[in-house]
Design a protein around this ligand. Structure first.
Ligand code: ZN
Length: 501
């Protein structure tokens, strides 16, 4: 068989798996948005059957033969070619799918399924002891998975690499160091500032129907295409691409709090625009996929915070918002912009403001690293959490439900995931700075309701690149510098310096 043929066979294998995966995505969207509660058991069977089919195809021994052919051919000569990208990623995906023995995969699934149930109960009762024995099983399992995948320096690298390809614990630690050094002081300055925002104005009455209409208006103005997507209400907001021409986003509405729907929509919109901008001609192959969770998060954070929480954005949208919401009639633009940008240390990560959010991530990253390095016992996790939380935020969480038990990630065995949130913030700041350099005064554009130039810039430099580069390479190519915390810290200084005087 010649290499071209082998490549084409790999391509159709890849596309088939992507299509099967998108059927799973459809089932998942339905489960979270539409499905009646009594369908749960049958839906679980649908998922199990589908994932067995996908696993079987993903580990087909024939793929090893095909990869061996293309890897020794002329197809891999040009390091920038689409073929090289796809072959590299197929090799990685195939190795990952085949490196774990079936018993380990089954054991991991069973353990995490039980752990998630136990975690729900533990969180509801704020009782870590209910979750502890489960996490004590998960940590060694995750370590074994890391050993099987392989790493150069330490097990955590293998876990992180699953979510942020090519990034190591040491690199993340170095990247985060300036945030660790400077954020607590910035927060203290903000807290002692004489000028403080009037946040109760965001907790007046905002009817859901109006919120929905307003969120749609914003999504459309920025570039969401209703012929290629949907926006629906849900409990836990998410974005999912079911395939070319079908990207779904969700948000949640509280009639006594405007921010979640508004900024939740903008956040998921950012994810959706990335998915909508991926090169359709490569659908089903790595070249047609997003490059990393960190880059994905950079897109959501950019639209949510750098655009959606800017004064310029609201200079355009606030008069419209006032027409939609009678509760805002007596609230000035400045008052509103200040309120949506309030910085206040709090216990819950998902409710955190732009500045303190990264402290929540630093805390989790450091604890995960200590767990994986064997420096911290699961039993000591709650006290370690509270201690570090106090060092960063200045107070201790009142209980474990609002502390160590608040996130679902660890119960699902997702160790190494958290850093991608802050990486997303760092990348967003660095990319936004470059976009401003390339495009000129973005704020002036936002003031006029012009978002197209920024979106086009992102399409060209980020979305259209698919998986051609790792996050690190992509950021360096686009901005001329390796990822760094400096642009984010500068942005914080400028923005919050102005807001809080
Ligand atoms: Zn996100």
């Amino acid at each position: 068989m010649d290499a071209r043929q082998a490549y084409q066979e790999l391509e159709s294998w890849s596309k088939q798996i992507a299509i099967l995966g998108s059927i799973g995505g459809m089932l998942g969207w339905d489960q979270r948005v539409m499905m009646p509660p009594n369908a749960t058991a049958h839906r679980a069977e649908q998922f199990a059957t589908l994932s067995a089919i996908i696993h079987q195809r993903a580990t087909d021994p024939r793929i090893e033969e095909l990869l061996a052919i293309v890897e020794q051919s002329d197809l891999v000569k040009d390091p920038e070619s689409v073929e090289v990208v796809n072959i590299r990623q197929w090799r990685r995906e195939y190795d990952h799918a085949t490196k774990l023995p079936l018993e380990l995969v089954v054991e991991f699934r069973r353990t995490t399924a039980l752990a998630e149930k136990a975690w729900e109960e533990a969180r509801a009762k704020s009782d870590f002891s209910l979750f502890q024995p489960h996490l004590e099983k998960i940590v060694p399992l995750v370590r074994e998975i890391a050993e099987r995948y392989g790493y150069e320096r330490e097990p955590y690298d293998a876990l992180l690499d699953e979510y942020e390809q090519g990034m190591t614990a040491q690199e993340v630690d170095t990247l985060f160091a300036p945030l660790r050094a400077k954020t607590p002081e910035l927060v203290a300055q903000i807290q002692s500032a004489p000028r403080q925002p009037n946040t109760p104005i965001l907790h007046r009455h905002f009817p859901q129907a109006e919120q929905e209409r307003f969120c749609r208006l914003i999504a459309e103005a920025i570039g969401f295409d209703w012929n290629s997507g949907r926006l629906d209400p849900t409990v836990h907001p998410f974005a999912t691409r079911l395939g070319p021409g079908d990207v779904r986003i969700t948000t949640r509405y509280y009639e006594d709090f405007l921010s979640p729907a508004l900024f939740g929509t903008l956040h998921e919109l950012g994810h959706a625009l990335y998915e909508m901008g991926l090169p359709t001609e490569y659908y089903g192959t790595p070249m047609g996929e997003s490059t990393s969770l960190g880059i994905h998060e950079s897109q959501s954070r950019m639209w949510e915070n750098f655009v959606g929480r800017s004064r310029a954005f609201w200079e355009h949208f606030y008069p419209i918002a006032q027409q939609y919401f009678s509760a805002l009639h007596d609230v000035s633009l400045d008052e509103f912009v200040f309120a949506i940008n309030a910085v206040q240390p709090s216990t819950i990560r998902v409710e955190a403001d732009e500045v303190t959010y990264n402290l929540h991530i630093l805390l989790r990253f450091e604890l995960e690293l200590a767990l994986m390095r064997g420096e911290l016992k699961v039993a000591d996790l709650p006290s370690a959490w509270n201690e570090r939380f106090k060092a960063y935020m200045g107070f201790e969480p009142p209980n474990d439900a609002q502390g160590v038990l608040q996130d679902v990630h660890w119960s699902g065995g997702m160790i190494g995931y958290f850093p991608t949130y802050t990486l997303g913030n760092l990348y967003a700041a660095q990319l936004f700075e470059q976009a401003e350099r390339d495009l000129g005064d973005l704020q002036a554009m936002f003031r006029k309701g012009e978002f197209r130039p920024l979106l086009e810039w992102l399409r060209t430099h980020i979305h259209q690149q698919g998986k051609r580069y790792t996050a690190k390479q992509l950021v360096e190519r686009v901005t001329g510098k390796p990822p760094s915390a400096e642009p984010l810290l500068n942005y914080f200084q400028r923005k919050f310096g102005t807001l809080y005087s």
